[in-house]
Design a protein around this ligand. Sequence first.
Ligand SMILES: C[S@@+](CC[C@H](N)C(=O)[O-])C[C@H]1O[C@@H](n2cnc3c(N)ncnc32)[C@H](O)[C@@H]1O
Length: 270
Amino acid sequence: MPTIEQIKSSMRSTWMAGDFGVIARTISGSADEFIARLNLPAGTRVLDVACGTGNTAIPLARSGCIVTGVDIAPNLLVQARERAAAEGLTIAFDEGDAEALPYPDASFDAVTTMFGAMFAPRPELVAAELARVLTPGGRLAMANWNPASFSGQMFQVSSKHAPPPPGIAPPVLWGDDTTVRDRLASAFTDIQTELIPIDFDLPMNSAGTVAFFRQYFGPTQVAFSRLDAHGQAGLAADLEALWSGANVAPDPATHTLVRNEYLQVTGTRK
Ligand SMILES: C[S@@+](CC[C@H](N)C(=O)[O-])C[C@H]1O[C@@H](n2cnc3c(N)ncnc32)[C@H](O)[C@@H]1O
């Protein structure tokens, strides 16, 4: 049975594997839309938790917010800093853990996290930290893959072949309406949830898409690396079946278009 320290260290290496920046570029338009819907006024002090390569931190800064991004993966932060510099944006990108945010209480007017804090292994610590760093009346906005979404199904297929450590709550529970309300209820009021559509649109067929995720998406790359050749073939076949079954592109031999969705969760710090 691995210790929590071992689990966390392995999760950090998992997110450093591959190159999430390549995946992030394929969904950056949805990040722009998520930030636009929040409509935070210029000057808002925002913490973007599990910021990755800056998909959400960058549009926040463009809109005039004072942005800090925090993530456990230092190589992704390097890319985030480069992207911000290329646009002449000033954003503080810090290495840190969503379960123990390196900021004093009530430091931010808003906290965002898109497909991010949901991946930390201890949701109760994450919920407490998201609340702790917010000022009273501050806003929380999360984008969480929900269990029934295409991404939820993708994680389920990977977990079937390369199971996660026992006792860790599935990340997609952050996308379950009842569970997320329960986790946030003690510190947040006016909790609202909405399913938001998001397309995965890739210029390759289903087999190419599986290979793309295997190369660039750390969790998929690591799941494959834990299997022998037979297990890898089984995981590849199941992922390919999932992608091709959901592919609605008119030209599936050269193109993948999958209708995905996530649960947007907003709340106000009590
Ligand atoms: C799917 S990526 C999303 C990144 C970014 N929010 C985006 O939308 O492009 C998940 C991110 O969560 C980060 N992450 C995972 N567990 C974390 C934790 N415990 N604390 C901080 N960041 C974490 C990973 O390093 C990775 O950058």
